[in-house]
Design a protein around this ligand. Sequence first.
Ligand code: 13P
Ligand code: SF4
Length: 305
Amino acid sequence: MNLVEKINKLKKEKNAIILTHCYQNIEIDEVSDYVGDSLYLSRAAAKTDADIILFAGVYFMAQSAKILSPDKKVLIPDITSGCHMADMIDVENLRLFKKKYPNIPVVCYINSTAEVKAECDVCCTSSNAVDIVKNLNVPKVLFAPDTYLGKWVGQKLKDVEVITFNGFCPVHLRIRPEDIMEARRNYPEALILAHPECHYEVSKLADFVGSTKEIMEFSQKSDKKQFVIATEKGVVERLNRDSKLNNWGKEFILINENIICHSMKYNTLEKIYDTLLNETNEITLDKNIIEKARLSIDRMLNLNK
Ligand code: 13P
Ligand code: SF4
């Protein structure tokens, strides 16, 4: 039996599911029940009746699954798989931010720890950030931790003031406006699709800005044949794979070969097998934190049905 077969057998025996973010090593898709962006995976975690959720993603994503399914065992193949952006804000810094701008609702990007979520009013992901802020129906919001996603939301909603914390994604910030200009010269027929974690000077130059899943859906529906992708390499690999498998005749080009989130790649099939077999690397959270963070995530899911 190969590793994929062994993992699939274990999943059946243990009534486990595997949720996989689309920045993960692509071979993990072969054992996955759901592959997608943060919002899609949060919804999957909330509705599953599996006993074990193995989250092939970064730590905050596995924490979100635990918050949404507190009675389930949530495992992560590599416990050190962190997110640099999520690590840029802790509860203390968030409280200082709130103190500086009192009595303003706090919207917290899902790329944050459970403790930070517990201190916020509502969560959002990159695919629903604009809708969440709009549906709050308030003139001002605080947005943490991603300054660029917050600024992008502010540009979309001219009548809401979005005050942003100064966090960022070091991976997406490796994409520079010059890369977009060069891509336009090298691939004049292509559309350029960017993630809103990119610097706003980059987002401004793109043809479409959206979450990983939105980028994937947009490019599938488009009549164009060539796309330059300004987000993590895993998205490009999946799109090229799906184009070949389904005869789309489309080509997807990564904007710059350095756009790799290395901690997303810590998870491997070998680690998935060991983690599921031994039920190690379990996510545990304080009950009080789960309850408070859950309110922020539930508000998001309700505001964005
Ligand atoms: P998505 O919400 O698009 O999945 O993005 C998560 C992420 O970490 C992007 O860097
Ligand atoms: Fe975090 Fe950036 Fe990696 Fe996304 S790409 S998980 S925001 S470090």
